[in-house]
Design a protein around this ligand. Structure first.
Ligand code: ZN
Length: 302
């Protein structure tokens, strides 16, 4: 037996094994491909729809004043926003409220040290029952889009400033209840499975464009999906609009950041979302703009 041939045969077998591993096994890992196509995520109604519509009803019930801890924390920590605060992983505390429901999704509970710097993503979840104090951000629309009350007030200021410059930042999707987030996430998983994906693949792909329940910035009231006049939808081509250009130049002045830029997708694990703007406060938004960091980098947690 020629030792050279034996060696070559072994090398070939090893190579074939590696190819098979990357072709099949890796497809189920969390680092799956970033999607470029955006599925339809939100069932909603057009502006000017009857307040009795499903979306309006759901959002108006969530607008009830709250006396939760979150509201108190908001007040208490606003003063101390100059001190360096970061979201920390809390071990041994509350478990993820949906533990076991979504294979591969087992986030830690995020610490709410500063309510405006909360880190929520597929690795960090809001504590179960987290409820921000809400306010309508721009009261001119029939659908009362809400955010956490400071974020809402800042959004209104930003909206007014942009309008003066000829850009209308229409609030498309703001605060969502955890139940609504769960419904959206479950619906997308079903859609993905209908396309022939396994459940694990369907969950993984879904989490690249919509966060699992308890893991969305919309549930914290800190995110707004923005659209423009004439388009009642969130779309990639928002990036080419004057509204997007205005936001890119001025959003930080009001405390908002582009949360999921295309070039940070490997860190955020979310595909590019030019419409999703996150409130972090003016100080942090300015620092993040100057440093070019996304939230995970800014907090050193990724
Ligand atoms: Zn969003």
């Amino acid at each position: 037996m020629n030792p050279k041939r034996t060696f070559a045969a072994l090398a070939l077998i090893l190579l074939a094994g590696l190819v098979l591993y990357f072709a099949f096994v890796r497809r189920d890992t969390p680092e799956g491909p970033i999607l470029t196509a955006l599925p339809d995520l939100w069932v909603t109604t057009v502006p000017g729809a009857e307040p009795g519509s499903t979306a309006a009803k759901e959002e108006s019930t969530s607008a009830a004043p709250t006396t939760s801890k979150a509201a108190t924390t908001t007040k208490a920590t606003t003063k101390s926003s100059t001190t360096k605060t970061t979201t920390t992983k809390t071990s041994g505390e509350a478990a993820y409220a949906f533990a076991g429901a979504y294979e591969g999704i087992e986030p830690a509970i995020t610490a709410v040290t500063d309510p405006y710097l909360i880190l929520v993503n597929r690795h960090y979840a809001l504590p179960a029952g987290y409820q921000p104090a809400l306010a309508v951000c721009v009261p001119v629309y029939a659908e009362k889009r809400e955010m956490e009350r400071t974020a809402a007030a800042q959004y209104k200021k930003m909206y007014d400033a942009a309008l003066k410059d000829g850009a209308e930042l229409i609030p498309y999707s703001g605060y969502r209840s955890t139940q609504r987030q769960k419904d959206n996430f479950d619906r997308l998983i079903r859609t993905n499975m209908d396309r022939g994906l396994t459940r694990v693949q369907a969950i993984n792909i879904a989490a690249q464009s919509i966060m699992p329940p308890n893991c969305s910035e919309h549930e914290a009231g800190l995110a707004m999906d923005i659209t423009r006049p004439g388009v009642w939808d969130v779309r990639d081509d928002f990036k080419g609009t004057k509204e997007y250009k205005w936001l890119s130049d001025h959003a930080f002045e009001f405390g908002f950041i582009l949360r999921y830029p295309a070039h940070k997708a490997d860190i955020t694990l979310v595909q590019s979302e030019p419409w999703h703007w996150r409130y972090v406060g003016i100080e942090h938004a300015t620092k993040m703009r100057d440093s070019g960091q996304c939230l995970e980098e800014y907090l050193g947690r990724y």
